[in-house]
Design a protein around this ligand. Structure first.
Ligand SMILES: C[S@@+](CC[C@H](N)C(=O)[O-])C[C@H]1O[C@@H](n2cnc3c(N)ncnc32)[C@H](O)[C@@H]1O
Length: 333
């Protein structure tokens, strides 16, 4: 059956397989194939594959006679998997119900199927969900355990914001962390940056205005054995500027659309030299302009701003990009 596969020369195959396994991206329903000196590793979500890997379509053997939702529907439906929850985004209720039935009937491991019932809303960025299928009445259909690059996150999408699509991007940031550094995650959610940064040896402060997000973050910190390296705060991150003035070596600002408005707080948190990862959603014509200008304005003549990387994370809507500006703030003496 044709499946998206990462293709890699056989000699670097094992290292690639391990990286994909850590990111929980290998599609276990299909076998890995070797042909002409290359390895073809089937993946569950080609869009989440790290940018340095090549993805192709390949006819790979099914490990067991598996029925996918596409087999049952006769077309490839769009859905995301978050642990054992399947998330769909369908406006047509009949099509949504048809996809949910096929997902449940298929051989993919699934406990519930949810349809997006609103856009992300307000400060907490949580959205409403319609439960299309719930195969286990004893547990909340909206709560699950998501695995990402060797970490586990308990998350309830009815209470907190979470997107599995950002796994590769989060890992890009985490890979830059040095042991002992001070990292402040200004909009932390359930901890998908904060917890791996603590695992990498950073001392982490994680803040979120949503108390449910911080409750999950604390549970996840225990679960991943890093609670001793994370301090949490519930509230507006600007409330921390006095307590953590000049403290941070690294700032994660993952509140697209709005993070640039927190540039003053970022400068207040910055130590002598501080790397900032500022996420935004902007028109493709000038995706980094607002973030760069906001940081430069807030820095004034106190800090020099050096742009380290302008990264397109993914396309968000027609002509709109989700981007990350990596910049360094160096205090001017
Ligand atoms: C887009 S989510 C990102 C969460 C997490 N970093 C992730 O990658 O899953 C933004 C988070 O910022 C929180 N938030 C919004 N305004 C805030 C503020 N003023 N201070 C602290 N947290 C805030 C929201 O509750 C939400 O959990």
């Amino acid at each position: 059956m044709m499946r998206p596969c990462v293709v890699v020369p056989r000699e670097s195959g094992e290292a690639t397989r391990q990286r994909l396994a850590e990111a929980d991206l290998i599609d276990q329903a299909f076998g890995i194939e070797v042909a002409d000196g290359d390895l073809f590793i089937p993946v569950t979500d080609p869009e989440s594959v790290p940018a340095d890997m090549a993805v192709t379509e390949r006819d790979v053997p099914s490990r067991t006679p598996q029925r996918t939702p596409a087999d049952l529907l006769g077309y490839e439906p769009t859905y995301e998997r978050l642990g054992d929850v399947v998330l769909v985004d369908e406006d047509d209720p009949d099509r949504a119900a048809e996809i949910a039935d096929a997902v449940v009937e298929s051989d993919i491991p699934v406990r519930s199927v949810l349809n997006r019932d609103s856009k992300v809303k307000g400060e907490t960025r949580v959205r409403d969900w319609e439960v299309l299928a719930d195969e286990d009445g004893d547990r909340s259909p909206t709560e699950t355990v998501h695995r990402e690059y060797g970490h586990e996150f308990v998350v309830d999408v009815d209470e907190v914001y979470f997107s599995p699509r950002l796994a590769t991007e989060r890992n890009r940031v985490v890979e830059q962390v040095e042991p002992g550094e001070h990292a402040l995650d200004m909009f932390a959610g359930v901890g998908p940056y904060a917890i791996p940064m603590a695992s990498a040896g950073a001392e982490v402060v994680a803040c979120d205005i949503n108390p449910d997000a911080i409750a999950y973050l604390e549970e996840n910190a225990e679960r991943n054995a890093v609670a001793d390296r994370i301090t949490t705060h519930v509230g507006d991150v600007r409330e921390l500027t006095a307590e953590y003035a000049g403290w941070a070596d690294r700032l994660v600002m993952n509140l697209p659309h709005t993070a640039a408005e927190f540039a003053d707080a970022a400068v207040a948190f910055a130590g002598e030299s501080c790397v900032v990862h500022l996420y935004d959603i902007q028109h493709e014509d000038a995706p980094f302009e607002r973030a760069t200008t906001a940081l430069e304005t807030a820095a004034g003549d106190e800090y020099a701003v050096t742009v380290l990387e302008e990264r397109v994370v993914r396309s968000y809507a027609p002509h709109e990009l989700n981007v990350c500006l990596d910049a360094r703030l160096d205090r001017i003496d």
